[in-house]
Design a protein around this ligand. Structure first.
Ligand code: TXA
Ligand code: MG
Length: 341
């Protein structure tokens, strides 16, 4: 199959929506990462997503909607939860809710819940509106690889496997949505993103992280099936070092840093120290949004440049840094080098 590359004009989006309505696959930009979309109410179309990505069948997909009316058709939701979602949508928050019969079981991987999100991106919203149905979409990468934040990333992973890609430029955020289970009285964050625990706390005092996010081990039975896979990972091995530790790195770490086939994701403030070593500038530690924006692109770049090791900073799991560390931990399969104080 030849993958068509669309720009994002109205007629391009119309043509792309016809592909969706006819059961095809279209990758499209959102504010978080590129999604790999299919008609969310068509089981056969959704099945193609799993095939194109090589995604395990037990990992459910998110349904993307463009209006609150669509939400009512897909999930059971009370007024308080709806009011909460009005504060965050359109935006980088995925709500896990009790699903209605209309949602095919392949979308929810057989669970009785469904993840739903209204993306904050004009192209995505137009595509959903034009298609007149929810669009099921995981991140548009080959399963396990870092999420795509540019159309060229999608092209590299998906060319020949899907019908079309809409090129909407770089995703503004660059990290996937916060996934929060809103079925009980106490919301549970299953995947951290731009929307933080503190943001949700303003509405639900008792919100908490899923255990699997706090303990740094791969769990066997997380609520969110996506949590159990090695994820966001380039081919190169990722090693994590706490920011301070990079400065006080011991000999074994220095060995990695000076390994000719390793590259450091360097904080802007540390760059002078890395003269003569391979590094990419990740951004300043005080600017987490820039780090999120560049992170996946640089993991991919390291593979393209042929490096065997990537050395990345390990941030404390606090506030927005929780989300950065979550992705890097998974990219590194929890390969964290701790240096004693
Ligand atoms: O920002 C995003 O969320 C992007 C864009 C395209 O919207 N999408 C995305 O989808 O990251 P995906 O499939 O790569 O990740 C969705 C995560 C997975 O970890 C999955 O297990 C979890 O959400 N998830 C989806 N539905 C769920 C459900 N019903 N219960 C628990 N976890 C669910
Ligand atoms: Mg993904």
């Amino acid at each position: 199959m030849k993958t068509k590359l669309f720009k994002a004009s109205d007629s391009d989006i119309k043509e792309a929506s016809e592909i969706i309505v006819n059961g095809g696959l279209v990758a499209f930009p959102t504010e978080t990462v590129y999604g790999l979309g299919a008609d969310g109410l068509n089981s056969e179309a959704v099945k193609k997503i799993f095939e194109a990505k090589g995604r395990p069948q037990d990992n459910p997909l998110i349904l993307h909607i463009s209006s609150f009316d669509m939400l009512d058709e897909l999930a059971y939701i009370d007024e308080r939860t709806k009011e909460f979602l009005h504060q965050f949508w359109p935006g980088a928050l995925t709500a896990v809710l009790i699903k209605k019969e209309t949602v095919p079981s392949i979308v929810s991987a057989g669970l009785d819940s469904v993840g739903i999100r209204m993306p904050d991106n004009e192209i995505a919203l137009k595509l959903i509106k034009e298609s007149k149905r929810p669009i099921a979409a995981p991140s548009a990468n080959v399963s396990g690889y870092p999420s795509p934040t540019k159309a060229e990333h999608v092209m590299k992973d998906m060319s020949g496997r899907i019908d079309a890609i809409i090129d909407g430029g770089e995703c503004s955020l660059g990290i996937e949505s916060t996934v929060v289970d809103l079925r009980g009285d106490c919301p549970v964050i299953l995947r951290p993103g731009k929307v933080t625990l503190e943001d949700i706390k303003k509405h639900y005092k008792n919100v908490r992280y899923d255990e699997a996010l706090i303990n740094m081990t791969m769990t066997d039975r997380p609520i969110s099936p996506g949590q159990k896979y090695r994820h966001y990972a380039p081919s190169a091995e990722v090693l994590l070092l706490s920011c301070d530790d990079i400065r006080r790195a011991d000999e074994s770490i220095k060995l990695y840093m000076t390994h000719k086939n390793s590259v450091i994701l360097a904080l802007s403030e540390d760059i002078e120290k890395y003269a003569g070593l391979n590094f990419y500038e990740l951004g300043s530690s005080g600017n987490p949004f820039l780090i999120m924006h560049r992170m996946f692109d640089l993991l991919r770049k390291a593979d393209n440049d042929g490096y065997d090791y990537i050395i990345a900073p390990y941030f404390k799991k606090e506030g927005i840094y929780m989300s950065i560390t979550n992705r890097l931990e998974k990219a590194g399969a929890y390969n964290i080098i701790e240096v004693e104080d």
